[in-house]
Design a protein around this ligand. Structure first.
Ligand code: CO8
Length: 263
């Protein structure tokens, strides 16, 4: 879609096969209002449907990935309205309907819903000074977009309890050390360069294998070990039915470079 159709985000294709969504609501530090989330979902869906995009980078600005759900929008919300409109439910589209890998490139604030949005991405890269946290407790509420579940899976119960019950934030350096982020970088420029580079690497592999890999890793977050391993094995078996498996292994044997057909 044309960039101009969006008010709160920007979309681009900065590298071959790589789609980038940049949250762009600078006056509110990318606070995640419903219109912003609607645009984000629409952009991700069009990347999902695009035949050329193979990996996605989701980022904000140097100052803020996103400073949370829009507090001004939430302040007057009632239980019945939130419940009946399934407030926040559409956020999960990112995790449950996008099969292409998403790299979250986090600089600055990633608080509340912003931290949760980052946790929904497949790989988090951040700056060492990034400011992650779940400060909802300070507002008289709790994480509502998966933070209590995903952060706990990432850092373990005791640390997650401490973070969620105190609202204390943690740095990008800590995020890397605790395994929340895959890597933390010294500068914003380096962060973006490395995020795009990794996305480009992934975009260079077979679409079928990449999306199967994402699916099996995600399965590990949902089911027990035995079921997960079995699911992985079935998917592994299934990939012998793909042409790209034949192409990849033949190229290795012939010391050539695989030319994927995505079938
Ligand atoms: N919502 C709405 N507006 C915001 C938000 C937000 N989350 N964060 C910042 N802004 C606005 C500020 O109001 C300010 O606007 P204005 O200029 O009109 O006053 C502008 O952005 C700039 O912010 P500051 O002047 O405060 O900038 P500072 O650099 O001084 O401070 C902070 C930056 C520390 C990030 C500070 O803005 C802050 O504490 N923000 C709120 C962080 C927060 O509490 N986030 C959690 C929100 S709750 C949440 O996400 C609930 C999730 C549960 C449901 C699932 C998601 C909906």
């Amino acid at each position: 879609p044309a960039e101009s159709q969006y008010e709160f985000i920007q979309v681009s294709e900065p590298r071959p096969g790589v789609g980038q969504v940049t949250l762009n609501r600078p006056k509110a530090l990318n606070a995640l209002s419903t219109p912003l989330i609607t645009e984000l979902n629409s952009a991700l869906l069009s990347f999902q449907q695009s035949p050329t995009i193979r990996a996605i980078v989701l980022t904000g600005s140097e100052r803020a990935f996103a400073a949370g759900a829009d507090i001004k929008e939430m302040a007057p919300l009632t239980f019945s309205k939130a419940f009946l409109d399934s407030f926040i439910e559409s956020w999960s589209n990112l995790t449950f309907t996008v099969k292409k890998p998403i790299i979250g490139a986090v600089s600055g604030h990633a608080l509340g819903g912003g931290c949760e949005l980052a946790l929904m991405t497949d790989i988090i890269y951040c700056t060492k000074t990034a400011n992650f946290g779940q400060p909802e407790i300070k507002l008289g509420t709790i994480p509502g977009a998966g933070g209590s579940q995903r952060l706990t899976r990432a850092v373990g119960k005791s640390k997650a309890m401490e973070l969620i019950l105190t609202g204390k934030s943690f740095s990008g350096e800590e995020a890397e050390r605790w395994g929340v982020a895959a890597r933390a970088f010294d500068s914003y420029e380096e962060l973006m360069e490395q995020a795009l580079k990794t996305a480009e690497t992934i975009a260079g592999y077979s679409k079928v294998a990449v999306q199967a890999a994402k699916e099996v890793v995600n399965k590990s977050q949902e089911v027990g070990l035995r079921d997960g391993v079995e699911y992985e094995r079935r998917m592994f078996h299934a990939l012998f039915g793909s042409q790209d498996q034949k192409i990849g292994m033949k190229a290795f044997a012939e010391k050539g470079k695989a030319k994927w057909v995505d079938e």
